[in-house]
Write a protein that binds this ligand. Structure first.
Ligand code: ZN
Ligand code: ZN
Ligand code: ZN
Length: 268
């Protein structure tokens, strides 16, 4: 299975648009893996998680054909995860797109945001609300949405995804997972877990930082939740952490946690 990391930054990207901090200046000079756009992952070119405003850039940079997408899973309605206006570009007049409907799955607020722009979705999208702990069959995979601790104004979701015999935890934006999410996960065997490390060494509650991502991996190991060869990946970095890609590699290397970068492809 191909897991393609399209973007790996938090809301503001790295460098952040209006920022003159040291990290943003260095990222601009060094380029490469220090440049991070807003988060999204594509699985097997057909299942996409989140739809950030950088999707257009991702298409150009990685030469994507977005018409291969069958299902779009949304974690929450924050604008770095859902820029619904760009979904309109699939309609006649903006695109000669194919006949199939893309299934779009998310919490109430994410689906409402899509409806405000797309109406019912007409012939191009099938908009579906999902609820925590209820398994939902997509066109390309089976998912179970799980509650996160991220923004009390909406039910932010992380996803347990089963596809072609593999299990992926798409774990952000999350904060430390709520107890009921841990309880649901504890007997699962993951081939891949994708976690956010938004805050670096800073304190964090509605996001994760280095300490909580490492603790999460330790719990996966302790609870025997990783499949043989199972990987843990960190992503969704904020410039406020002031960490370059090489700094992150030095921090996470000893813990055998993979640091994502824009364009990274994993085969699991
Ligand atoms: Zn975010
Ligand atoms: Zn900055
Ligand atoms: Zn968020």
């Amino acid at each position: 299975m191909k897991v393609h990391f399209l973007g790996t930054a938090a809301f503001e990207g790295i460098p952040s648009m209006f920022c003159r901090c040291d990290l943003c200046q260095k990222a601009k000079q060094l380029g490469g893996k220090n440049i991070r756009t807003r988060t999204s992952v594509m699985i097997d070119d057909e299942l996409k998680v989140d739809f950030p405003p950088d999707t257009y850039l991702h298409m150009l940079r990685d030469q994507l054909d977005l018409e291969t997408i069958r299902d779009l899973v949304l974690t929450h309605s924050h604008s770095d995860h859902l820029y619904a206006e760009d979904l309109l570009a699939r309609y006649p007049g903006y695109a000669r797109s194919s006949e199939h409907k893309i299934g779009v799955y998310g919490n109430d607020l994410s689906i409402l945001k899509c409806r405000e722009v797309l109406g019912t979705g007409k012939d191009k999208f099938d908009l579906r609300r999902v609820v925590p702990f209820r398994r939902t069959e997509l066109q390309t995979a089976s998912i179970v949405p799980l509650p996160a601790y991220h923004d009390q104004k909406e039910t932010c979701l992380i996803y347990y995804i089963e596809k072609n015999g593999k299990a992926i935890l798409y774990g952000h934006d999350s904060g430390w997972f709520p107890d009921e999410t841990w309880e649901w996960l504890r007997d699962k065997k993951l081939d891949l877990a994708i976690l956010e490390c938004t805050s670096g060494w800073l304190d964090a509650s509605t996001h994760m930082n280095i300490e909580s991502t490492v603790r999460t991996k330790e719990r996966f190991v302790e609870w025997n939740m990783l499949q043989l060869g199972g990987q843990v990946v960190v992503t969704h970095f904020s410039h406020n952490a002031h960490l370059l890609h090489e700094d992150l590699l030095a921090i996470f290397g000893p813990h055998e946690i993979t640091v994502a970068y824009d364009g990274m492809v994993l085969q699991i």
